[in-house]
Design a protein around this ligand. Structure first.
Ligand code: ASP
Length: 582
């Protein structure tokens, strides 16, 4: 027997029990002739006391950080207790010990506030994983996983695995491809999601499916994305949108209850995509605070101020009680919106002073009476500050959405312990991809248009108006899940592929299997997928999903521990009949 207890287990009631512990040496401290060691394992830390009698043995077998140690001894009450740890009332009087393995000095300290930089910790991820913080995150991830599985199991959902080596059908993100040795010049792709498989499972009659599953997307890695990530992927048959929202709202509530002890008594609010764009400037609104966007175009134009007159959009927010912002603060905010990431040329402000007077950066064009109109529109009161951006529609809306979040942050409205989920519904079916000059599916090509909009699919000029039965679940300004009611009729699916610019041949070549399946009694169905990594990071109060993944990749998609991706040798290339150009 290596151990009788873990390093997180012993308490005052165990005093005078003989025990055996095994773990890693966190610290060694000499105290006169006595040696104290903090022994760590996954469960906690226990203090060991090596009496003087063990000094000769300690001298021949000196202990160092991260040595693997086994000790026998007796639980004793500590004279100076440590209330910060659960085992802090006791220590082990060691009678015998054995070094099970030694360790090189670790390249960084294995503590919460480690001295190791990001790159170093990733290179030695197996050491980083010993740190409490990461351990807590992985534990939370596991608990969320269990909680989701229990819930879905209780609702009759069946976990069915789907393949990882599939057919490349680039739609949406870029595929990772895998050369096939047995099939000359042919490639598999790794799934971007099990989308078509879960739909096929519905055709097969498995009417409640789920999987906590890896997905792969070869995208440029914007901040905090991973090329492989995990989804809670679900699909249901004989349901409408309402059934899905209800079921997965309950799942979300269940997880919050179990993991955070938070009860949501009210239904999650729902917002149409159009309102989200109008009032928050994006489709994943952070509703922990108001500060809604106000279209000021009518008030702004026609007063001789070129910036407003020439703008596609003039939009303002009432940044609340900030009228005392100094010139310097306002200049700094102006610089903030001018940063390339935001891309505006300037910021206009109106101060509604506490004494009721109005002062703005555009006083030359607007007298107090005119400013009052803006203030009224923004529902401003004395003490408030109005911030206005003007310019090209899309950029300006996006910039204002960012500015709103920034002001929310500065004013302390974005408390990570406050959770405000909502559903965003009625997404457009299509969006225009400027780079490719064509309409693409806003969600994916299997999403059903609202029945009353199907006829608009015959007229290209109407595409922007077509809405889908598609929905996202949003938490604190982050999309944590999204899905849709699917097309389940061959002719409508063909119509959709055609609308996306696919020829009949192309559609058959890429998705013939699905079109074929739809001819054998496909039931009405729909589903959703949650971004599991992101959901966990939000529940853990962190912005970084990497901290919730055991072995993540860095921002260039590299695993610096494995040093992957890497070259392969000539034999492998030959077997695959591949030759490298450079
Ligand atoms: N497969 C979709 C995605 O990965 C989710 C869904 O529609 O269920 O975004």
């Amino acid at each position: 027997m290596y151990r009788s207890h873990t390093c997180g287990e012993l308490r005052i009631e165990h005093v005078s029990q003989p025990v055996k512990l095994a773990g890693w040496v966190q610290t060694v401290r000499k105290f006169g002739s006595i040696t104290f060691v903090d022994l760590r394992d996954r469960y906690g830390i226990t203090q060991l006391l090596f009496p003087e009698a063990l000094n000769p043995q300690l001298q021949s077998q000196p202990l160092g950080r991260e040595f693997v140690l086994q000790v026998s001894g007796t639980v004793t009450e500590r004279s100076s207790k440590n209330n910060n740890i659960p085992t802090g009332e006791i220590e082990i009087s060691v009678s015998d010990f054995q070094v099970l393995n030694s360790s090189k000095t670790p390249p960084f300290t294995i503590q919460d506030d480690t001295d190791g930089g990001d790159e170093l910790r990733m290179k030695y991820r197996y050491l980083d994983l010993r740190r409490n913080l990461i351990k807590q995150n992985l534990t939370l991830r596991y608990r969320v996983n269990r909680s989701v599985r229990n819930f879905l199991d209780s609702r009759g959902f069946m976990d069915i695995e789907t393949p990882y080596l599939i057919k490349s059908t680039p739609e949406g993100a870029r595929d990772f491809v895998v050369p096939s040795r047995m099939n000359d010049n042919q490639f598999y792709a790794l799934p971007q999601s099990p989308q078509t498989f879960k739909q096929l499972l519905m055709v097969s009659g498995y009417d409640r499916y789920y999987q906590i599953v890896k997905c792969f997307r070869d995208e440029d890695l914007r901040a905090d994305r991973q090329p492989e990530f995990t989804q809670i992927d679900c699909e249901m048959s004989f349901v409408d949108q309402e059934d899905i929202l209800k079921n997965f709202e309950e799942m979300t509530k269940h997880v919050f209850q179990e993991i955070k002890g938070i009860t949501f008594n009210e239904p999650f609010p729902r917002m149409t995509w159009e309102d989200a764009m109008k009032y928050y400037g994006n489709d994943k609104p952070d509703i922990r605070f108001e500060m809604k966007l106000v279209d000021l175009g009518e008030t702004a134009r026609g007063n001789g101020f070129k910036v407003f007159d020439e703008a596609e959009l003039v939009v303002g927010i009432n940044a609340g009680g900030c009228s005392e912002y100094t010139r310097k603060q306002l200049d700094e905010l102006t610089d903030w919106v001018k940063r390339p990431q935001i891309g505006m040329t300037g910021l206009i402000y109106i101060r509604y002073n506490a004494d009721g007077t109005l002062k703005s950066s555009v006083d030359k064009f607007f007298n107090e009476q005119a400013l009052q109109l803006f203030a009224d529109q923004c529902k401003a009161k004395p003490g408030d500050l109005i911030l206005i951006l003007a310019g090209k529609e899309e950029r300006t809306r996006k910039a204002m959405s960012e500015l709103r979040l920034e002001m929310g942050e500065r004013l302390g409205f974005r408390d990570k312990d406050v959770y405000k989920p909502l559903w965003v519904i009625d997404f457009p079916l299509f969006e225009y991809a400027e780079e490719d000059n064509r309409w693409v599916a806003r969600h994916h090509p299997f999403t059903a248009p609202k029945p009353e909009h199907i006829h608009l699919m015959d007229d290209l000029s109407q595409y922007a108006k077509i809405k889908a039965n598609a929905y996202d679940i949003v938490l604190n300004g982050t999309e944590i899940g999204g899905g849709s009611i699917r097309i389940f009729q061959r002719d409508l699916q063909e119509k959709m592929f055609a609308a996306l610019g696919m020829t009949k041949e192309e559609a058959n070549h890429k998705f013939g299997f699905l079109l074929g399946a739809f001819e054998y009694g496909a039931p009405p169905h729909g589903g959703i997928a949650f971004g599991f990594d992101r959901f966990c990071s939000l529940l853990g109060g962190s912005e970084t999903i990497r901290d919730f993944i055991a072995f993540p990749k860095n921002n260039s998609g590299r695993d610096v521990m494995l040093d992957a991706p890497s070259e392969i040798d000539q034999v492998q290339l030959d077997e695959l009949k591949l030759s490298l150009l450079k």
